[in-house]
Structure formats: structure tokens, C-alpha cells
Design a protein around this ligand. Sequence first.
Ligand code: SF4
Ligand code: SF4
Length: 314
Amino acid sequence: MRLELVKLGPLAISPLGFGTLSISPLQSSLVADQGAELLCYAWDKGINFWDTAEIYENYPILRSAIRRLPNLPVIASKTYAYTADAAAASVEKARRDLDIDSLGIMLLHEQTALTLPGHKEALDWLANARGKGVIGAVGLSTHSVACVLAAAQYPEIDVIHPLYNMAGVGIHDGSPEDMAAAIAVAKAKGKGIYAMKVLGGGTLYRRAQEAIKHVLKQPWFDSAVIGMSTTAEIDYNVALFQGHAPSTDILNQVQGRHRYLHRADWCEGCGKCVQACGQGALVLEGGKVQVRRELCVLCGYCSRQCELMCLKIV
Ligand code: SF4
Ligand code: SF4
């Protein structure tokens, strides 16, 4: 049975979205064809919503999948643009590299309440492009409670993509309850909401069922995106989103998958994570943290220290 679509403003999206960082060159060694096959497999299960970003460098993988599908998926991408020109360049890049006429959603990437006013020119350009049908909806992604509250007040913003998980991993300025209260305010203002980092950047993988069920119980999410890198993970997540228990075979495949701690390129070498690792598995070298995988026990304590969400269990 396929997932049933839900409304996100003018868009019809699946309640489970494909977080495509997991199939990007930044986080995966999958070749374009393998990534595209996974997106098509997910499409057959009803997943028509893909979340990407300009910095994920995975537009070629998405384009390859688009060419195999009967209809266009709803694609959300993200830009760091401040100016109108930069916003226009980001949207044009997405349309050109994905070979599409209209992008589902364009988000201002990784915003805070302090950075958002500085992106107003880009936001205005995006809102104008939405009016011309070049984009379906406009919004922002954030790890911050204060930013969700700020975004709720902007009429130009249709969609908010906040970080939310039951443990609060990665929330910059509050608890899961604080974030929930802010999201409720934004929802009451009519914003579409889709959650990120439901599994806490992979750190909740041992409690994945509990973490997903927790998010599904919250009343204000239209959708939630989860990174997936195997067909078993897709089947597992689809089953949970449909209210079923995953089969034993799928459960074994997901739980038995080899995992490791991945450090993203945007690490700034602050060293906060190094202090958190009792295993001595993190060292600073060349201005970035390096992971000694042979010592890492995948506890995820280090991830919680990294405000930039550089450390993920994948
Ligand atoms: S906390 Fe994050 S930014 Fe700082 S060194 Fe660790 S991974 Fe890099
Ligand atoms: S996941 Fe745990 S063991 Fe591995 S590097 Fe992070 S803190 Fe250390």
C-alpha cells in the first residue's frame, strides 16, 4: 500500500519525505544510479517528497531519478542567499541541474532569528518567484526555537522546516517542549511544517521506532523527512508511517546494517566534540576533527555537542 498524500499549502506531499543528504556525495559512496534507484523505489511506496539543498551536491542523482518517474516529485531545496541575485541564481541552478521548470519549495538554509532579517532581500525575491509559478512555496530551515517563532511572523514564509526529535538533539536554544510550543505558534499562523532530524542525526537509531512514533503523534507536522540509504530503511519507515510494525526480516536488515560516525566537511575544528568522547575516538587534525572508527562505539554523545550538526551516525 502506498503512502497517502497530504497537503502542504498548494502542494500534495507524502507524510514521509526522503532526506537526500543520505544519498549525496557528502555522506555516501553511492553512485548516481544507485541513489536514483533508491528514490524510485521510495516513489513506488508513495514517497513523492524529496528534501535536498544546494550544498548537498546531489542534483545529478535527483535528475537521474526524475527522468525515470512518470510524474515530478515535490522537491524542496535550500539556499544560503542573502541577495535577490543570489536567490535567483540558486533557483536557476536547481531548475537547470534538475531539468525542471518549477521547484516545489525553496528554503533559506539554516536560519536563526538573528540571521533571518539579513536575508529579507532574498526572501522577497523568492516570494515574488512564487507568485510567478517558478516556486511552489517559500520557507526556511532552522535548528532554533527563536527562529521558528520569528518565521511565524513573516507573511512571505509558507513553510518551516524545523529540527525536532524526542531527545532534542541539535536544538540550539531549548528543549523538545520549547520547540513544540514554537511550532504550534507557527502552525496556528498557517505555516506548513515538516520536521528534520527525527532520528537526531542518526544518534537515536537504536530507538528509531520510538523516535518516529513520537513525531507521528505530534499534531502540527505535515510531513517529516528522514535520510534513507537502503531499500530496507525505506520499507521500515513506510511501515511505521502507515502505523504497522516492520516485518522481522526488514527489522533485521535495518538493525544489522553497518553504521559509522560521519564527520561533515563543514566542521570548524572547535573541538567541543573531542571533550565529549570518553573513547578517545576524536582527534583534531588539520583544522577539523577526525574520527578513529576503530575506537568509536556509536554512542552519539559527541553529536550533541556540535551545534553545526557535523557528526552523524550513518
Ligand atoms: S563540535 Fe562540530 S564543528 Fe566543532 S570540532 Fe566537533 S565536529 Fe567540528
Ligand atoms: S559516537 Fe561516541 S564513541 Fe564515537 S566518537 Fe562520538 S562520543 Fe566518541
